[in-house]
Write a protein that binds this ligand. Structure first.
Ligand SMILES: *[C@@H]1O[C@H](CO)[C@@H](O)[C@H](O)[C@H]1NC(C)=O
Ligand SMILES: *[C@@H]1O[C@H](CO)[C@@H](O)[C@H](O)[C@H]1NC(C)=O
Ligand SMILES: *[C@@H]1O[C@H](CO)[C@@H](O)[C@H](O)[C@H]1NC(C)=O
Ligand SMILES: *[C@@H]1O[C@H](CO)[C@@H](O)[C@H](O)[C@H]1NC(C)=O
Ligand SMILES: *[C@@H]1O[C@H](CO)[C@@H](O)[C@H](O)[C@H]1NC(C)=O
Ligand SMILES: CC(=O)N[C@H]1CO[C@H](CO)[C@@H](O)[C@@H]1O
Length: 292
């Protein structure tokens, strides 16, 4: 900054001597000018690394750019605006090439993610089902106690945040209440070996934040087949926050919840006990379980 000021001060020497008393406004303009240069340098130092990060990693970049933007808001609104504009184009360029989903491959890089591939590929939807109580099977269809055929429970276990599981029970699809979709969920028998679940994460669906689960439970069992409908088959592993209190956005995974668990199970039952606000149903794109 010193260097950039030097030639100017040389040119302004005479006028400065002449109008020493009336230079307040002049100095003011100059300090404004240096302030603008400083701002540009600050903006450049923020936007260039941000753009590099964004083009490198899509999902990570979204969270990180948000962090940077939030850090910048406190300092100056211009920098914030410019950071926002850079995230726009680079996000579009990164989503462009990956044609399959907007959020990219969700499973490949996640350490400890348990495969939710199920025995015979079946995921059992349930409704009106409470922790340690018997499961009541949910039917597919548009009416009461049912889920849409195109939005089955298996969609919560497919590793794809562009598909979702939606359940209206005990409501009709036309109803709108805080109760709709509560005490629904699903269970499955893992195709692989028993797993030790120590973390849980839920990802939002494509629309209606009001339908996001807020409190959930996870139970484990080593039983199989029809015994899994019995409440006595299940042991409670987790009962608490979904990690979605602060809406992370659509088709986005919430905060990972830690689970104090030291027992392996071969089957899991997931239930939703509350949602964000009044809507026709509960919905989510993914349940993710991790083993370390
Ligand atoms: C599953 O468990 C069996 C025996 O308990 C073991 O032989 C096998 O390697 C395990 N498979 C995987 C994928 O861990
Ligand atoms: C179901 O549970 C009962 C009692 O615990 C047990 O005797 C039976 O073998 C179980 N059946 C299966 C298929 O696991
Ligand atoms: C599960 O947590 C809810 C609060 O979210 C609580 O009301 C309920 O009693 C808990 N159930 C069990 C079985 O711990
Ligand atoms: C975790 O569970 C064990 C056994 O149930 C218990 O002794 C321990 O206090 C728990 N730890 C926490 C942090 O809740
Ligand atoms: C369930 O099976 C796993 C693996 O065989 C075992 O480690 C675990 O202790 C069993 N859980 C219970 C509650 O028996
Ligand atoms: C600087 C910063 O916030 N880095 C974070 C970027 O996002 C990853 C994954 O969410 C975090 O692990 C980093 O700490």
């Amino acid at each position: 900054m010193d260097q950039s000021n030097r030639p100017q001060s040389g040119n302004n020497d005479i006028s400065e001597i002449q109008t020493i008393q009336s230079t307040r406004s002049c100095v003011c303009i100059r300090s404004k000018f240096t302030w603008i240069i400083f701002t540009i340098v600050v903006i450049a130092s923020i936007t260039i690394p941000t753009t590099i990060i964004l083009t490198k990693k899509k999902n990570v970049a979204e969270t990180n750019s948000t962090t940077i933007m939030m850090a910048t808001t406190g300092r100056e609104s211009i920098a914030l605006m410019l950071t926002t504009t850079t995230t726009g184009p680079s996000t579009t360029t990164t989503t462009g090439p990956s044609t399959t989903t907007t959020t990219g491959p969700p499973t490949t890089t996640e350490a400890g993610l348990i495969s939710l591939k199920s025995t015979a590929g079946v995921v059992y939807g349930v409704h009106d089902t409470r922790i340690s109580h018997d499961s009541r099977a949910a039917q597919s269809g548009p009416g009461i106690v049912e889920y849409p055929k195109e939005e089955p429970p298996a969609h919560a276990c497919d590793g794809d945040t562009s598909t979702k599981y939606l359940n209206f029970a005990p409501c009709l699809y036309s109803e709108n209440s805080i109760q709709c979709g509560l005490h629904t969920g699903f269970y499955l028998e893992l195709k692989g070996n028993a797993s030790l679940v120590t973390r849980l994460q839920i990802c939002t669906a494509d629309d209606f934040p009001a339908r996001d689960p807020l409190t959930v439970s996870l139970e484990g069992s080593n039983h199989s087949g029809s015994n899994l409908t019995l409440g006595s088959s299940w042991t409670l592993i987790y009962n608490g926050s979904s990690g979605l209190e602060d809406d992370p956005g659509r088709r986005t995974c919430g905060i990972i919840q830690l689970i104090n668990n030291s027992i392996q199970y071969t089957s899991y039952r997931f239930l939703v006990s509350s949602k964000r606000s009044s809507e026709s149903s509960v919905q989510y794109s993914e349940l993710k379980l991790f083993e370390y």
